[in-house]
Design a protein around this ligand. Sequence first.
Ligand code: DX5
Ligand code: ZN
Length: 221
Amino acid sequence: MSDYLIAPSLLSADFARLGEEAVNVLKAGGDMLHLDVMDNHYVPNLTVGPLVCDALRKYGIKAPIDVHLMTRPVDSLIVDFAKAGASHITFHPESTDHIDRSLALIHTHGCKAGLALNPATSLDCLEYVMDQLDLILVMSVNPGFGGQKFIPSSLEKIKKLRTLIDKSGKKIRLAVDGGINTENIHEVANAGADMFIMGSAIFTQPDYAHIINKARQALQK
Ligand code: DX5
Ligand code: ZN
């Protein structure tokens, strides 16, 4: 399948040069930017809010920005990030009282909507909202930090989800976030994923294009 997307996660970028890093990683072949939003409440870390998304747009970033909300609650931030130029907004089912309402809010504001599933979260919450999803994001680490190790049981979950998505007949992206590198990306794609968030694997290396090309080559195998 040539339809794979690679979304570099800015979490591991140099935040002092964020605009430049975003431009460079897109030039290096990233399909979109992944922006991790953490609130030191839902997850034990604190990152950026809508004004950083807005600043990236003002800096000239035209590529899709995939906002991954790791916050509780989510509804007001959904509105704020949509206004700040997000193209995709994904949240965790545990972080809102009304999953269906939060998904609808994302669509009302013109963005693509996703649900992110933590390693221990079951697929049950998807059953009645498949129609509302553009993206399902499997967390293959516990959310909160970059540079963690891929949790192997995620592969089983990805396989189950691939079956579920194919059965639904809907065009839903199956994204994987956490511990993805050029060594394991092939196996993760084989399990059924078609969108790969990569943070530390890219940004800890001097040549982003080399890593992204290597990842694409591994996907062709
Ligand atoms: C973790 C974040 C990820 C993170 C992935 O909570 O959601 O997007 O940046 O980083 P790596 O690729 O280093 O695991
Ligand atoms: Zn993320």
